[in-house]
Design a protein around this ligand. Structure first.
Ligand SMILES: [Zn+2]
Length: 395
């Protein structure tokens, strides 16, 4: 499954319907959570998707506004509740972390609904999307869809409305990358140093974007809480966040594609990001680079190209001479590796990249879903921290 996302150009009338649906679906979502919670707490029984779905006809009789929503969209909302609970029970079972009970969602944070099977039709020629019980919406169809559309999700974001199609792609021929191995040292000064001696530079737009972000952040904190001007500033901040996130993701995809056609095995250091972020000087560059995202995108693209990504242990990759194996101290500010034993003089990161390439690693499996929805998952929430986030469902 691959996700295709396009901007929508809905009329004011359609936007009004979108908003009404989101509100009602959020209400349904919260009510379904409430019911399951109550049943669980009071009687220790669990209510399933089936039971909750079976109530829909009665709810529709009482609530003509809910009845106007496409039936499968309602079902899908209950499905989300069900998934949230499945996730919760799994965490309880694993006892890995404190499992939080599925939460109520604020209507502000409830920002999408899905046609899971039918009820929508995309006319690619006329660039129109027909949504059952809503109407026709113009789509900014920036690239054609290849494959069979399975689901259609309407989504509210900081800068407007989007549609996301989950598409089943026709099995395409895999062109296997040549049997070459690459080591990558993730950098501070440059984005990445390759074992071939090449470098990928840090994109400047991220620095620029960060300046803009800071400005927007300051504007928010200057403004009076709960004021309209503050709300406006929060919106703008969310937009800036979205912009930077997209640019970074595009950059990662672009660079990943270039690598996977050249190398079948791509090795990264298993960097302890958490530890590094604690170090103040490195923090900005590292979080900027979003290494986790890059590695998972490369892993995904490599699999498509019949290759793989491996992670190797990081210890000593920068202190070891890549020619003779001797170690020497290498404080961070020293940019050139000079080996006292064999006389090798080489760029510090290039040396590390070669060591990474030569090390045995373990394969990083890409989670397809996590890549397809990287952007979805990281969607910055444009809520003001001062505003209440939980909306209780109607009794
Ligand atoms: Zn040496």
């Amino acid at each position: 499954m691959k996700a295709y996302k396009y901007k929508l150009k809905p009329s004011a009338k359609i936007v009004a319907i979108f908003e009404i649906w989101l509100r009602l679906l959020c209400e349904l979502y919260n009510a379904a959570i409430q019911e399951r919670r109550d049943a669980h707490r009071r009687c220790g029984v669990s209510i399933g998707k089936k039971e909750q779905s079976a109530q829909l006809p009665d709810i529709k009789k009482d609530r003509p506004d809910v009845a106007r929503i496409y039936s499968q969209v309602l079902q899908e909302t209950l499905n989300r509740v069900s998934l949230a609970f499945q996730h919760f029970f799994r965490r309880v079972k694993e006892k890995k972390e404190k499992a939080g009970f599925p939460r109520f969602r604020s209507h502000r944070r409830y920002d999408s609904f899905t046609y899971p099977q039918s009820g929508f039709k995309l006319d690619q020629k006329r660039k129109k999307l027909h949504l059952s019980k809503i109407g026709s919406v113009k789509v900014h169809l920036s690239r054609p869809i290849e494959g069979v559309i399975k689901t259609c999700t309407i989504k509210r974001e900081a800068d407007g409305w989007y549609v996301v199609f989950a598409v089943e792609e026709a099995a395409h021929k895999i062109t296997v990358a040549p049997d070459q191995t690459l080591g990558i040292d993730v950098g501070i000064k440059v984005f990445a140093s390759l074992s071939t001696g090449e470098q990928i530079d840090n994109p400047q737009f991220l620095r620029h974007g960060e300046v803009e972000l800071k400005k927007a952040q300051r504007r928010v904190s200057r403004r009076v809480k709960r004021s309209n001007r503050r709300k406006k500033a929060v919106k703008l901040l969310a937009k800036k966040h979205q912009q930077v996130r997209r640019q970074r993701r595009d950059f990662h995809f672009k660079e990943a594609k270039k690598l996977v056609v050249r190398f079948r095995v791509i090795k990264f250091e298993d960097i302890q990001i958490k530890n590094m972020v604690r170090n103040h000087h490195l923090a900005k560059s590292i979080s900027d680079a979003g290494w986790r995202q890059f590695i998972s995108i490369v892993a995904h693209k490599a699999e498509e190209a019949g290759g793989r990504v491996e992670e190797v242990k990081a210890a000593g990759t920068s202190t070891k001479c890549s020619r003779c194996g001797q170690h020497r101290k290498m404080p961070l500010h020293i940019r050139t590796y000079r080996c006292g034993a064999c006389g090798l003089i080489i760029d510090r990161d290039h040396n590390a990249a070669i060591n990474i390439k030569e090390r045995k690693g373990r394969t990083v499996l890409s989670s397809r879903r996590s890549v397809a929805t990287v952007e979805e998952a990281r969607t910055y929430r444009a809520t003001d921290p001062e505003s209440p986030t939980i909306k209780r469902p109607r009794a």
